[in-house]
Design a protein around this ligand. Structure first.
Ligand SMILES: [Mn+2]
Length: 486
């Protein structure tokens, strides 16, 4: 535990010192050859480098995948008999890298690719485990699917890359938590690409099980009414946010809420009751919120069989939401302790999650009332209204009720009152050639820093540059559309 205490202390110091850099603007060098072999070779190279380290520090991003990738690395290092420390950042810019100057051995997870030249300048012995688009630098060993022709936004998360680097099949559970946390699961087909290999390895060693079902949070522990009313993905009109409406909804189906004075949860229902409830919810979502919402209700779910029974940790989606709650509410060390199975961590994390979900519910309500159509994109100005830690999640949730033919661009403010921009798109838009990471890199030039995935990307710009950015974003998106059309 000593390691995390010192890391937490460091984390507090660093959080204060951080300025608003998000991703670095760097020329992109992409190799368009899809090669599993070259990717796995890169993973092996990174692993050998780590084997030579004595007591590395894991430096990771603060979202669910960042924490899950740090968790995979931490659990793997334990298995290898190595000591480690951990530091979590909201972004990896010049200030954060300056804080790492004294470190001798560093494993970067879930970032690094976007600022590879700055990483290269560090004197430390270092490796990068990432899945974001970025550049290459000969002096840093990197395991990154994007450099081998894979789509890092969809096919594998940073936790998944860490899984391939370390090669312990039993860590497949955390690898899936990262993938689900980065919203890589397709609404119809579930996880795809390299993520499928992780499921296979995890099923073979009995650590995970993939099956189809209702995807709402709290299947195994939440009473039926809050089980439905807490659904934010999808947002269920007239049900999300209202326990009373949900009670009436369930009772109208002839399903009793209690049995022997105990509140029943979804898994307590008989098979026919489960089917009846799922069907009614799908019909409700379909008629009031559209096909997309209905599709979002059911899909592939991932059970994590080695985690403590009857807890959130048994389900990849719920586990990832728990990690998000920790990271985005300034308790990343708690999330890491949950990954490591530390006693007491789960209880504390659950309380945080409650707050987090309330914030999301309020945030979605605000977003739905204030989102505007800016022709080339949907624009949400949530400065002062939604915290920068959850603005990206909420931007993604908006798709359950708005038209999916254009990306979402959302504004919030960070702790230095700079504008934090979060953008989200759909798989179909990306398939048609949209690239939000590239859009932000160009649109933010001279205004701040931007980058990320083709389907989800972020930026930080100076508070006075909002209009200039909005125009530049429209121009870039129009340009991408013209290229796609021609
Ligand atoms: Mn990630």
């Amino acid at each position: 535990m000593f390691f995390f205490h010192s890391a937490f202390f460091l984390f507090c110091l660093l959080e204060d010192a951080c300025v608003s850099l998000f991703f670095c603007v760097l020329p992109i060098k992409t190799v368009f050859v899809l090669s599993e072999e070259s990717f796995f070779n890169a993973c092996t190279g990174v692993r050998s480098e780590i084997e030579r380290m004595r007591e590395p520090v894991i430096v990771s991003h603060y979202d669910a995948d960042g924490l899950a990738s740090a968790g995979v690395s931490a659990r793997a290092l334990r298995k290898m008999g190595k000591k480690f420390r951990s530091i979590v950042f909201r972004k990896l810019g010049e200030q954060e890298l300056a804080c790492l100057k004294g470190e001798r051995e560093i494993i970067f997870t879930d970032f690094g690719a976007g600022s590879i030249d700055l990483v290269a300048e560090l004197k430390a012995h270092k490796v990068v485990i990432d899945h974001h688009q970025g550049a290459e630098n000969n002096s840093v060993l990197q395991a990154n699917p994007c450099a081998h022709g894979f789509d890092g936004g969809r096919e594998v998360s940073a936790a998944g890359v860490a899984f391939f680097v370390f090669g312990f099949p039993e860590l497949a559970d955390l690898a899936l938590v990262g993938a689900v946390g980065d919203m890589q699961a397709h609404s119809q087909f579930g996880l795809t690409g390299l993520n499928r290999k992780i499921i296979k390895a995890g099923e073979e060693c009995g650590a995970v099980k993939a099956s189809k079902g209702l995807k709402l949070f709290g299947r195994n522990f939440r009473p039926l009414a809050p089980f439905i009313s807490y659904s934010t993905e999808p947002f269920l009109p007239f049900l999300t946010g209202s326990d009373d409406a949900c009670k009436r909804f369930v009772e109208s189906l002839g399903i009793s809420l209690q049995e022997n004075e105990k509140w029943r949860n979804y898994l307590d229902l008989s098979e026919s009751e489960k089917k009846q409830l799922a069907t009614a919810l799908i019909v409700h979502a379909y008629s009031l919120a559209g096909e997309f919402s209905a599709r979002e209700l059911v899909g592939e779910v991932y059970s994590l069989t080695n985690q403590p029974e009857g807890t959130e940790l048994c389900d990849a989606q719920e586990f990832s939401t728990l990690l998000n709650a920790c990271g985005r509410n300034d308790k990343p060390e708690l999330g890491l302790n949950v990954c490591l199975g530390e006693p007491n961590a789960l209880h504390e994390a659950k309380q945080l999650l409650q707050t987090h979900r309330n914030n999301l519910r309020e945030g979605v309500k605000f977003a739905q009332a204030h989102v505007e159509d800016f022709h080339h994109y949907h624009f949400l100005d949530a400065r002062e209204a939604i915290a920068d830690g959850i603005i990206g999640v909420i931007a993604g949730m908006l798709y359950s009720t708005i038209d999916r033919s254009k990306p979402v661009v959302a504004f919030s403010l960070d702790s230095e009152k700079s504008i934090k921009i979060s953008t989200r798109a759909t798989t179909r838009l990306v398939k048609n050639g949209l690239n939000l990471g590239a859009m932000l890199r160009t649109a933010c030039a001279g205004l701040g820093w931007g980058g990320g995935h083709n389907i989800a990307a972020g930026a930080t710009i100076n508070a006075s540059s909002s209009n200039e950015f909005l125009l530049a974003a429209a121009r870039e998106l129009k340009k991408q559309k013209t290229i796609q059309a021609s």
